[in-house]
Design a protein around this ligand. Structure first.
Ligand code: PAF
Length: 286
């Protein structure tokens, strides 16, 4: 185990290091803009693995035109400081030409779980995510990969990719880290104005209440409709609010949830110009 942080900006440097180590590698892929949610993933990796590798790469392929790719925060020095504090061994921060060299034309796509929810509103997003994560997995060769469950659909899509392609990687989904008022930590929270920030906790509060009601066997349609109304009355514009079965993200055929099945109540909404996502996972009773 090493204690000092190494920053590698080329695939070659990383591969040279990788050949020298044989312990368990824990991997936390990120796009930077690190916050407490990422720190908790790094701590989980630190606890469970011999080496912790953090990647920082703002992946153009998962942003649609008009999204925030250009303005996404980039500050490698402060990211490395946080990484060092969390006991990270390696920060892998390649540049775009290294990941997507001239003429790059190979993509990987999960074709079912990636379709609903965010997939419907961000065409090409999950194709971008699976492509970069597979490429990073091939470079890093981790034993365990850690992801935040705020992005629950992303986790299930990637877990399916790992299963379908037979990758020897254990996938860990860690609970979302929240501010004291319940707002899920996200790099995009920084875009919220003071007024928007005051409204934001209503998202998780409503998700939690909705989950509690659905657990009692109430109508899914009616419950989601009132939740939607409550949020929209406060100026939160919903893109979607849905209850989906886990882990395949399919819709329930009936209007009540099955107590023996796990669900995700998933939401995407705009507060002002900022798009936020969040979810509540309903565990089965037994
Ligand atoms: O969750 C993220 O930050 C990104 O989608 C990921 C997994 C690092 C891929 O770019």
């Amino acid at each position: 185990m090493s204690n000092t942080l190494n920053l590698f900006q080329s695939i070659k440097e990383y591969r040279t290091w990788r050949k020298t180590v044989s312990g368990r590698i824990g991997f936390v892929p990120t796009m930077g803009a690190l916050h407490e949610g990422h720190a908790s993933l790094l701590r989980a990796a630190r606890r469970q693995c011999d080496y912790v590798v953090l990647s920082i790469f703002v992946n153009s392929e998962q942003f649609s035109p008009g999204e925030d790719f250009e303005k996404y925060p980039r500050n490698l020095i402060s990211e490395c400081q946080l990484a060092e504090k969390e006991g990270v061994d390696i920060v892998f921060a390649p540049n775009s030409d290294m990941i997507y060299p001239e003429g790059f034309s190979t993509y990987v796509e999960e074709t079912q779980l990636s379709q609903p929810l965010c997939g419907k509103f961000r065409p090409g997003h999950f194709r971008g995510v699976t492509t970069i994560v597979l490429k990073l997995f091939n470079i890093i060769q981790p034993d365990i990969a850690f992801f935040g469950m705020k992005d629950a659909q992303q986790f299930f899509v990637l877990e399916k990719m790992v299963a379908d392609l037979g990758l020897p990687i254990e996938m860990k989904g860690e609970p979302a880290v929240r501010e004291v008022d319940g707002l899920a930590m996200s790099s995009r929270n920084a875009y919220l104005s003071n007024e928007d920030r005051e409204k934001a906790p209503l998202i998780y509060r409503t998700l939690k209440e909705t989950a509690e009601i659905l657990k009692t066997g109430e109508s899914v349609r009616g419950t989601l409709k009132s939740a939607r109304k409550k949020l929209e009355e406060k100026g939160i514009k919903l893109q979607y609010l849905q209850a989906r079965r886990l882990p395949d993200l399919s819709l329930e055929q009936t209007d009540v949830l099955d107590k023996n099945v796990a669900y995700v109540i998933a939401l995407a909404a705009f507060i002002g110009k900022t798009r936020l996502i969040d979810n509540f996972i309903l565990e089965p009773c037994s």
